[in-house]
Write a protein that binds this ligand. Sequence first.
Ligand SMILES: [Mn+2]
Length: 377
Amino acid sequence: MQDTTDTRGIERYRRMIEEVNLDILKLLNRRALLAGEVNRLKGRHGIPLYCPDREMEMLDILVHHNEGPFSNDTVKKLFREIFRASRGFVEERAQQELLVAGGREGPRAVVRVGGESVGAAPVLIAGPCAVESEEQVDCAARVLVENGVKLMRAGAFKPRSSPYSFQGTGMDGLRLLRETADRYGLAVVSEVMDTRCIEQAAALVDVVQIGARNMYNYDLLREAGRLRRPVLLKRGFSATIEELLYAAEYIVKEGNADVILCERGIRTFETQTRNTLDISAVPLLKTMARLPVIVDVSHAAGRKDIIVPLAKASLAAGADGVMVEMHPWPSAARSDAQQQLSPEEFRRFVEGIGLPAARAAGHERKRQAAAPVALER
Ligand SMILES: [Mn+2]
């Protein structure tokens, strides 16, 4: 008889505990949502999300009101865990709410440049490291066209490690690049370094490149965000993937949604390559952001003998394109001589990666033949 009563008692208390559990669960989730609201407002005013002082203050209040049976230490430990979970939730949500965010399922951004849709089908961006002379740029452009490439890269403003190295041909070089590209029907991708001339320079290019060294230049990012030109944003060589996403957010936040992310290798202890190509950045960026991702294999490797497998790996990992350096006469190049392909090496590279250029050109001809509709240019 006694046994049955006790068993019923246990059951009743267990039911009550289950109810309390559900109440705690409800309260915990409500707490997380409130923390989310606080951080939404903080984000709007640029106030840091994490505030250790505030956590100390809340712990003090809890200890002050603690009537037991839990010790103050236990209460603190439990609530620190709640704070941690709350922070995790808030950070995750803040990242999901970025304008650049978006998973594999969401709509992906496609950036249209010179008849190519970056983000829809893999593209090849190629050309010399720097604009050097009329003859050099003309020669390079011709090689690109011969290989079916439509996007030409070449730097007129060169950020160099040494102030005594070749610094580029500046605005004159950019004008020369524009004229040449127009002659060959190519679109131009070129770096801009200075907020003071970004508008003037942007008028001469089809894609404004922000270089690895300038990924943290927030004034430049904001200015790029106000342009009506796609931006190719390179990952800094010591930047985390999160920092790259935030850099892109600076641009998109100003109203320019046409941003292409570029992985170009990060600095590690390895010396066989100029940088270490972070291949995992490709699928991660594609998962975390809705923007197209391309890989600069030349600057990642700093050498030419391994760029075919690197390019293949990039495309296999989901990259929307590859960027590579090619110079009509590499040994005489004024910058990055050791990593620039010769025209013949470039032809083999295009063949080797089995990608766009020649093959895409073939497809396009077929498509046009099947449906004689003018392609959007
Ligand atoms: Mn270069």
